[in-house]
Design a protein around this ligand. Structure first.
Ligand SMILES: Cc1ncc(COP(=O)(O)O)c(C=O)c1O
Length: 441
């Protein structure tokens, strides 16, 4: 399946953003992440218009953990998106891009003192407090600095999403947030109301990621709204904002059929408004959405050069397995090894040819870093270029220097132009932070 602006051009090559992927690979080298700017922008627009047309008092914030660079921050700003950051590094990236600081939500289940200080100094819009200990630290620090922080609480609604356990976060047994059902969340609210260094603005939850149905979102909404009502009844405090996180899944392979952004918005808003009404909330809180994957996932591909094609036959077993070894792997995409993530691929220089071969696409690391098992692709040989689809989310963001591979470049393509928005690391970059102590000199 082709996404966004992808087509097959007259040379039979995969094209994205009006650029021939084989020319991109030659010009910028491989592995190469390529991001389709038009599709990113379209997804931002779809989110904003789908939610605002249902409920104008909605803010859509992009979950920066999915893919964050200074260029991405500029696109988000131009599209009227807010931004969720989950570390001082992500906040720094946003500041380097002059992203409007009031539209930043600072997340994370362990914010260091340095990160809390950065959040207070820069004046981020909201600090999403994960636990009571963090509340006390933040309050003390804000008072010391003569500041008052606008906060939300990250809550655990106790909804178990049906997704990989590594990306499940809404269930009660989790390291994230404060439990609603056992009363901890209400106690945290009461404590926040006594803290002069913070103003409680809202509540937040995020049930999980890559969700292909809306069951868990819909399950979490009445719990969140019901909690807002409980807060009002017990303390008289009006919860102004309810953030229901991100989580909408995308189609990585055939058979995965996520709801559209339109359906997602309609279903969520309907469930939200109905809960607001049935619990008799004194206000209509702002609704905040925090998508990551569904904005950037389908907009990215990774281009790899094929090194070796190995046919491995196993004695006493019929047939053979064909391994297609590419010049990246675990270091540019750890998701298959981390949580058995699945992907589709094609041979970018043979994009017009029929997919007739079943192969296993593997990386070059000292692990069995299989990127795709049993990919159906066109006949492939050394020197071909493989494109793996839907690598825009949590790929560049999770990349490492394992085996001291240099991190790959990211090219942003649109209307036939390609710009490097992250340059490929050099060999010098790899040792730039190494220190040789005198005693080893
Ligand atoms: C707090 C929070 N918000 C939003 C997201 C984005 O989720 P997704 O990329 O599935 O939309 C995440 C992902 O882990 C998250 O932890």
């Amino acid at each position: 399946m082709l996404f966004g602006t992808q087509t097959v051009n007259s040379k039979g090559h995969l094209e994205i953003g009006g650029c021939d992927t084989i020319e991109l690979a030659e010009r910028f080298g491989t592995p190469l992440y390529v991001m389709d700017e038009a599709l990113i922008r379209q997804n931002c627009r779809d989110y904003i218009s789908a939610f605002k047309s249902q409920y104008p008092n909605t803010t859509v914030t992009f979950a920066g953990k999915a893919f964050l660079t200074t260029a991405m921050c500029r696109i988000l700003q131009q599209e009227g998106m807010s931004l969720d950051v989950a570390s001082g590094g992500e906040l720094h990236t946003a500041m380097m891009a002059d992203f409007p600081v009031k539209n930043i939500y600072f997340h994370g289940n362990f914010k260091s003192d340095e990160e809390l200080r950065m959040a207070l100094e820069t004046g981020v819009g909201r600090i999403v407090v994960d636990n009571i200990h963090e509340l006390e630290r933040l309050n003390a620090m804000a008072l010391q600095m003569g500041k008052k922080a606008d906060i939300m609480f990250r809550l655990t609604p106790g909804v178990d999403p049906h997704t990989h356990r590594m990306i499940s976060t809404g269930q009660e047994d989790t390291k994230f947030g404060i439990n609603i059902k056992n009363g901890d969340a209400l106690n945290a609210v009461k404590r926040a109301l006594e803290c002069p260094g913070v103003t409680l603005r809202g509540i937040h939850c995020h049930v999980g990621s890559q969700l292909l149905d809306l069951e868990s979102h819909i399950g979490a909404i009445p719990i969140m709204v019901g909690f807002a009502k409980q807060v009002f009844d017990e303390t008289g405090t009006v919860i102004e904002e309810i953030n229901t996180g991100g989580g909408l899944g995308i189609r990585y392979i055939d058979g995965q059929v996520p709801p559209t952004i339109e359906t997602f918005a309609q279903t969520l808003v309907a469930s939200f408004l109905s809960a607001v009404e049935s619990f008799g909330l004194p206000n209509k809180p702002k609704l905040i959405q925090e998508p990551g994957r569904s904005i950037v996932g389908p907009a990215g591909i990774t281009l790899y050069s094929v090194g070796t094609v190995k046919r491995v036959s196993i004695v006493e077993e019929p047939g053979y397995r064909t391994y297609v070894i590419v010049d990246g792997g675990l270091s540019d995409n750890p998701r298959p090894l981390m949580y058995e993530a699945v992907y589709d691929a094609l041979v970018a220089n043979k994009a017009g040819e029929k997919a007739t071969e079943t192969v296993t696409i593997s990386g070059k690391h000292c692990e069995t870093d299989t990127l795709i098992t049993d990919a159906m692709i066109a006949p492939v040989q050394t020197g071909d270029t493989i494109a793996i689809q839907c690598t825009g989310a949590y790929n560049y963001a999770m990349a490492s220097n394992y085996n001291r591979l240099r991190r790959s470049a990211v090219a942003l393509v649109k209307d036939g132009s390609a710009d490097v928005i992250v340059r490929r690391q050099t060999l010098e970059d790899l040792t730039a932070c190494d220190v040789l102590p005198d005693r080893l000199a």
